[in-house]
Design a binder for this molecule. Structure first.
Ligand code: RP5
Ligand code: MG
Ligand code: MG
Length: 281
């Protein structure tokens, strides 16, 4: 991502605050924009939440920017971010709103995204082709409860959690509804899918153009591709939307696909890589 669009313009999520307009040529911090006066907004709902930072200036809050800070990773996949007036600055640029908005962390808010794929098949065996005679790759998408958009079933990295573990946990929560399973059933599934989920490959790492981003808080992710080549493991299970997901299904990765945040780019990159592997390149 060299710029951002989805976190510019319009009303900030779950608020009535209008973002200050940021034209394309005024995104970068190095471009002068004297009129720029974003509203400072940190949602009162994140106050005191265990996953949220205290306010900057709070007596016991001594964040270590740009590094691992205890169990919280405050380093960015984008490189070193700047601190201005004690606040981290969005590495892409202006968003029209300052503060943390509804994000818990100042600076990077780390997430993980599972890109679970299979080839589209006809009657279970032959692989279906598109008009260019290329096989069609499908991925597991969830319908997000907040925006209603289709998205990768990703989520936030818990303090101290390994990022790969987050990707697998979020898939199980949002696409398999593991949160309502008995511990026994959950363990059985974990065991059954252990090998499948141990063979993930990173397809993207970095900034996410998420509508919640602000000038001082933003989403970053690591997206892992877990591919079911034969379609016999995850490709064959019954999907079940859970947690904040309100729908789940296999979606064809087509050129005109529209998804939440920067997820189109991530699934298209996954398709490119899978086709290369398929052709033995
Ligand atoms: C996106 O938000 C990430 O790519 C990930 O999919 C998601 C994490 O946030 P929640 O799903 O927990 O809201 O930026
Ligand atoms: Mg989740
Ligand atoms: Mg999620």
């Amino acid at each position: 991502v060299s710029t951002h669009f989805k976190c510019r313009g319009g009303v900030y999520p779950r608020s009535t605050i209008e973002r200050f307009p940021v034209p394309n040529d005024k995104v970068g911090w190095s471009t002068e924009y004297n009129e720029y006066k974003p509203v400072d907004y940190t949602s009162p709902n994140i106050n005191g939440k265990p996953w949220a930072d205290p306010d900057i200036g709070s007596p016991n809050f001594v964040p270590k920017w740009n590094m691992i800070d205890g169990t919280v990773d405050r380093s960015s996949h984008q490189g070193i971010y700047q601190i201005l007036n004690e606040r981290p600055q969005n590495p892409i640029g202006r968003t029209g709103i300052s503060g943390r908005g509804i994000l818990g962390r100042w600076g990077p808010n780390h997430a993980a995204d599972p890109v679970v794929t299979r080839w589209k098949r006809l009657n279970g065996d032959s692989i279906e082709n598109n008009t260019n005679n290329e096989p069609i790759l499908q991925f597991v998408a969830v319908k997000r409860g907040d925006t209603g958009e289709w998205a990768l079933p990703g989520g936030m990295v818990d303090p101290g959690e390994k990022v790969t573990a987050t990707a697998v946990r979020e898939f199980q929560e949002e696409a398999m509804n593991s949160l309502t399973m008995s511990q026994e059933l959950k363990n059985a599934w974990t065991e059954k899918l252990r090998k499948f989920f141990s063979e993930g490959e990173i397809v993207y790492k970095g900034y996410v153009d998420d509508w919640r981003n602000t000038d001082n808080a933003w989403m970053e992710t690591v997206a892992y591709n877990f591919h079911d080549d034969s379609g016999a493991t995850v490709g064959a299970i019954t999907l079940n939307a859970g947690d904040d997901a309100v729908g789940v299904r296999w979606v064809d990765i087509t050129p005109d696909i529209k998804l939440y945040a920067s997820h189109e780019g991530i699934v298209k990159e996954t398709l490119k890589r899978r086709l290369l592997v398929l052709r033995g390149q």
